[in-house]
Structures are given as C-alpha cells and as structure tokens.
Design a protein around this ligand. Structure first.
Ligand SMILES: [Zn+2]
Ligand SMILES: [Zn+2]
Length: 126
C-alpha cells in the first residue's frame, strides 16, 4: 500500500498487514497535526521510502522523532528512538485502507471542541 504527502515530495510503501489505527490526542500530536494524530504502523521491514525529497525529521521529544514534509507541511511519520517499527499517518495512505480506529490515547489532553467515543481502550501510560 502506498502513502504520500500532499505535494508528493515524500512517498512511502508499506506492506500488509497494517496495525489498526491509534488516535493520539496528546499535546504534541495536537500541535503537529493541528487536530489529533491518527496513525497506523508497521515493522521497519515492511516499510520503504520511495521518494524523500522533502522529508525532514524533527526531534519532538527525547524519545521520539516526527517526519514531515518541508514543502507542504504534511505530518507523515512518528518513530521512537531505536524502535523497529514506524508509525505513519493513516490519512496519508492512498485509497481504501480497510483500517479502523482501535483506541484513543491521551483523552485528557484532547481539545474541548470535539467528542470522543466511549468504550475504546485507554492509552498505555508510557
Ligand atoms: Zn509534501
Ligand atoms: Zn500523541
């Protein structure tokens, strides 16, 4: 399955299966996305960058970095330091994904202008 940013300066391929989507409402995800960050992930062995002309990595915390497009501003990737998986924005994927949102993380940090569904699994406190 292929994903890309808005301008096409970053294109990536991911091999199935993809992890169900996790919506993260933490302050960092709010700031980087402008809303909340909804991401799937794969092991690095299932991930490849096809185009990375405008890919820039931002060290968003001591433990994690975020990949974004320095031309169109798209939020694309999130990766823990030293981790063997990479998270990518589900909205970057082309075509139907077959994915569903499995959980919402950091509801306590969510914006006050939208409602969250009940009954979804809470965040592991990392
Ligand atoms: Zn772009
Ligand atoms: Zn977050």
């Amino acid at each position: 399955m292929r994903g890309s940013c808005l301008c096409g300066g970053v294109v990536f391929d991911v091999a199935l299966p993809l992890r169900p989507v996790i919506a993260c409402h933490c302050t960092q995800c709010r700031k980087t996305s402008g809303h909340f960050w909804a991401a799937s992930s794969v092991p690095m062995a299932q991930f490849s960058l096809v185009v990375q002309d405008s890919l820039t990595w931002f060290q968003s915390s001591p433990q994690a970095k975020r990949g974004f497009c320095n031309t169109c501003g798209a939020s694309l990737f999130w990766q823990l330091e030293g981790d063997d998986t990479i998270s990518f924005g589900a909205g970057c994927l082309d075509g139907p994904t077959g994915l569903t949102i499995a959980s919402h993380w950091y509801k306590e940090d969510a914006g006050d202008y939208y409602d969250l569904p009940d009954g979804l699994s809470p965040a592991p406190q990392a």
